[in-house]
Design a protein around this ligand. Structure first.
Ligand code: FAD
Ligand code: DHB
Length: 391
């Protein structure tokens, strides 16, 4: 099999890249190890930055998002039983975010790709990327019980944190920057209208809690839990009781309960693999970097990477100059490190750690208090949350 761009992974990064290339008249093949239903139902991100929304729309993948996505103009920070709203458009010159689940983004992109795009092979597992430094990199993969080879001009590893693309980088070239956290998120999906019309990020001495949503009738909620937690150890009632404690306010706000339909634990990690390019192999999205979920940057970073790659390839085709492809890693990493910084700041401000002292707790409250009382500090948060501009 032969194609111009071999794409490993049909998460948001791989699927959007295939769409962008298709729109630019460049052919690609997407290899995805899991089946379609798994990819379409894996519960993950929910918040799209303005720039992500604009890209999906321009790519022709925004029709349902525009209909069903919920525009959010702010978030609430909750701490010491107080509530503070951060007004995004007022602080950023009009920017906002959109609540539209990653599952739905993937469904929309898969439907488009199968209807209009190049091959998208499910249950096709990439085994290795070979000859990345040559003019003809190859992906060895297994599909329908047979091993095959995909010959490409370029390979883009969009295969997430556990993928194979990264392993094709020589050890002498790769540098990894990493931090783990002693806690995780227990995420639940519940059939109940969200108890607030915007997201609520709550810091409590018992731990962090987040109120988010998937639709006007489905809530998405998260609780900080110890890193080794098994989701099955939490009964539905215990989840609601703990959420209620951590969201407590001095006023009469109430948390509505409903049937929990899904429960899972997400580990927290910060991770960057540098560089993001080796020869004709490029990494994009979670394959190259992970942020802890506080601040909702992961999917949006993945989108930034593939937009950068697609533009660079189109630039090379139109001008003959590889300058943007050569700059790919450095261009992406500037944005990646800003998101790493923001996600780390949000995480460390909102999660009491197991070894924290009373001093640490006071510092967290002081950081939150600063945001609530300084327009400059609040603007910093709003700019980062709604998304850093793309180069
Ligand atoms: P993935 O979505 O991981 O896709 C990689 C794909 O590659 C997968 O389909 C996988 O099956 C496939 N694959 C792996 N190995 C192979 C192989 N060898 N061969 C073929 N295919 C392979 N981000 C946000 O921006 N906003 C949020 O609100 C947010 N909330 C989150 C909440 C949770 C609970 C979690 C877990 C994550 C959240 N994120 C959020 C992060 C976001 O989900 C990820 O950053 C995003 O999925 C990255 O997309 P990706 O395409 O790079 O990788
Ligand atoms: C969601 C996830 C996040 O990490 C976040 O910061 C906000 C919302 C969500 O899944 O809805």
């Amino acid at each position: 099999m032969r194609t111009t761009v071999g794409i490993i992974g049909a998460g948001p990064a791989g699927l959007l890249l295939a769409r962008l290339l298709h729109n630019a008249g460049i052919d690609s093949v997407v290899l995805e190890s899991r089946d379609r239903s798994y990819v379409e139902h894996r519960q993950r991100a929910g918040i799209l930055e303005q720039g992500t929304v604009d890209v999906l729309r321009a790519a022709g993948a925004g029709e349902r998002m525009d209909r069903e996505g919920l525009r959010h103009d702010g978030i609430e920070l909750r701490f010491a039983r107080q509530r503070h709203r951060v007004d995004f458009p007022g602080l950023t010159g009009g920017r906002s975010v959109t609540v539209y689940a990653q599952t739905e983004v993937c469904k929309d992109l898969i439907a488009l790709q199968l209807k209009e795009g190049g091959p998208l092979l499910f249950e096709a597992e990439a085994l290795a990327v070979e000859d990345a430094e040559s003019e003809r990199p190859r992906v060895r993969f297994r599909h329908e019980g047979r091993e095959d080879v995909l010959e490409c001009d370029h390979v883009v590893g969009c295969d997430g944190f556990w993928g194979v693309a990264r392993t094709a980088f020589p050890e002498s070239l790769a540098r990894v920057f990493e931090r783990t956290y002693p806690y995780a998120w227990l995420g639940v999906l519940a059939d109940v209208a969200p108890s607030h019309d915007e997201l609520v990020y709550a810091r409590h001495d018992r731990g962090f809690a987040l109120l988010s949503m998937r639709s006007p009738s489905v809530s998405r909620l998260y609780l900080q839990v110890p890193a080794d937690t098994d989701a099955e150890d939490w009964t539905d009632e215990a989840v609601w009781d703990e959420l209620e404690r951590r969201f407590e306010t001095a006023d009469d706000w109430r948390l509505e309960r409903g049937p929990i339909t899904q429960k899972s634990v997400t580990p927290m990690r910060s991770y960057v693999h540098e560089p993001m390019r080796h020869g004709r192999l490029f990494l994009a999205g979670d394959a190259a970097h992970i942020v802890p979920p506080t601040g909702a940057k992961g999917l949006n970073l993945a989108v930034g990477d593939v937009v950068t790659f697609a533009r660079a390839l189109v630039h090379e085709r139109e001008t003959g100059s590889p300058e943007l492809l050569d700059a790919y890693s450095a261009t992406c990493l500037r944005r990646v490190w800003q998101a790493e910084r923001f996600s780390y700041d949000m995480t460390s401000m909102l999660h009491p750690g197991p070894g924290d002292s009373p001093f640490d707790a006071r510092l967290q409250l002081a950081r939150l208090g600063r945001i609530a009382s300084s327009r400059a500090a609040e603007t910093d948060l709003a700019e980062a949350y709604t998304g850093f501009p793309w180069e």
